[in-house]
Design a protein around this ligand. Sequence first.
Ligand SMILES: [Zn+2]
Length: 426
Amino acid sequence: MKTLYKAKWILPGNGVVLENHALLVENGVILDVISPGGLNINDCEVVDFGNAVITSGFINLHTHLQYTNIREKKFKNIVNKLKRLVLYFKKFLIGVKPKSFVSWILDLMIEYICLTDREKQESFEQGLKQALLSGTTCIAQLSSEEMYFETLNNSPVKSYIFFEVFAASEETSDKYFELFRQKYERLKQKCSKSTFLGISPHSVYNVHSKLWEKISEYSRKNNVLIHTHFAESREEIQWIKTGVSEVNKIHEFAGVDQLKPTKTKLNPVSYLKNLNLPYKNLILAHINQLEPKDYPELAGLGTAVAHCPRSNMILHNRTLDVKAAIKAFQHRIGIGTDSLCSNYDLNILNEARFVSDAGVEPLTVLDMLTINPAKILRLDHIIGSIEKDKQADFLVFNLQENETCTDFINKQKPDSVYISGTCAGL
Ligand SMILES: [Zn+2]
């Protein structure tokens, strides 16, 4: 059965505004976008949203949903409670600067390690629910563990799972790459039509150059997307420049060799270029420590950016110059919430409003939530805009009489979320 979804406004993407059009959907796919003259269609159910705006479903380009419940600290397991005390004591002995980025990372590591598998799973599912509530119909999820794969693979929410890897030496680079490769190739056989896999070397300061080499080779050969944190903290920039900074305390805490930069005295972009990566397969989260003058050189490499504005402000009090970044990266920039450990919530609309408050037009922000990340994740043949033959992933925002189509950005959440033509129960 075909269904015709009518609304006063449709924002299909790429800056287009359609008035009094409708979507014709069958079997979860958009059959057509119908103009006002062609709305008399027989044999179809009609859903009229009236004074409302329809947008494509949102894509969260950078998050770690497994950390959602960490701040609640509901530890029930007594062994893990003791483990937690021991780990905090170890952190104290190492002498990490209080309230620093490294202190935040170590707290996150400790709290997460001390969750039981069941608590981790609950935390993840809670995050997925919160993301969906704000209209997120596709997520780029970063975690090292395999345990969330089944949840995402069975969820209507589309997902790009980037498996996180770390290595501090040549030996562990071989070992951890091999573990990743086996996991990736095994799970790839099990992926549904809406689950996709990539790799996430955590950062330049937590990944040995040998592992970067192996990832690059594999990515080039198999066209695998790479997602990494880059130029996020002052400590990272200092490490790139001198090889010595507070990030060495992370290595000390983890009990691994102190990672050294492959070359010192380089600025972050030159350092990244020196790694000789397949840049067109690379997504960089954050880059908030770079100067706008660095953006064109980085964009020229073909890299994409996951902009996480509120997380950047909360942790580093510094976010990127979003207008300059849009100018440099054009369609190669999307928006992410990062995890709830560095944000107030997982609501991508709140993130979007932050970008719009920085002076970016709402229709450009909409592209950063939809078609841009779809292109970055190479999923724009199925999602990212309201177009014929794409999946019917769309959001409906009811409008007040005095509101217009771009007021979707001022809403707390959509009134309805459709994924593959089915209304998600919110
Ligand atoms: Zn992150």
